[in-house]
Design a binder for this molecule. Sequence first.
Ligand code: ZN
Ligand code: ZN
Length: 289
Amino acid sequence: MLDYHLHLWEHGPGPLDATLEQVAAYCERAAAAGVSEIAITEHLSRFRQTDAVLRGWWDDDPDPVIASTMARWWDGDLGADLDQYVEVVLAAKAAGLPVVLGLEVDYYAGRMHTVAELLAGYPFDVLLGSVHWVGAWGFDNFGEAAFECRWETHAIEGIWDSYTTSLEELADSGVCDVLAHPDLCKISGRRPPVPEEFHARMAEAAARSGMAAEVNSAGLGKPVAECYPAPDLLRRFVASGVALTTASDAHRLGRVAECRDELRALIRSTGCETLQAYRSRSPHPVPLG
Ligand SMILES: [Zn+2]
Ligand SMILES: [Zn+2]
């Protein structure tokens, strides 16, 4: 069992230093829960080095309210040092702790070459690829009124189609290794009449890119109240030969390895008994456990 999606910090302003003690505590909690290896995968958007090369990306969105809302949210989440983060996780790994160095990378339309250039300077083990926004609309961010109200004003098919197109572009960019929370577009609980059409595109995107897909329990605490991916999408991933990882997507120690039994049961129900772990961005199989 793995927990391959972990954050060190909650969203919003706060001290954004990584410490060896915190990483060690995550490892200890995971091990006590029967999780053999973790990946620390902080959001790329939280680092000053990212801001230096991507700042202003939201201005590509034609809606000025959405763009300015994203700009304000971005600044409120910013301030960590990528070099310090990498140094601390590498020190934990060198000390023999069962941890690998990762990052949760957002999809930036038309700018993934810039992202790839930034990341090439660091020895990451695994890169998660996430679609958290469509244009500059942070659709999974229910704390922002301008973002939340768009769920009411836009047709659900269009939302799912835009999300899926972004996911396809992210997969085809080749920048990341694992599709994080693959059907995050279901977060509000609203689904199109035939979600299978979109699931087919998501599974095909993962299969042709060679990416793994993450089975993530964070959706259980959202309006949709379901793990990512939906059972139909999970079956399609397995049938297409897409490898799997497991993830709590915890943002604090108390949630590390959360819902591991649910995730294991979900995966086992497809007949799959193997997960995919990574070193230096090369995959290797590990038992589901
Ligand atoms: Zn995410
Ligand atoms: Zn996350």
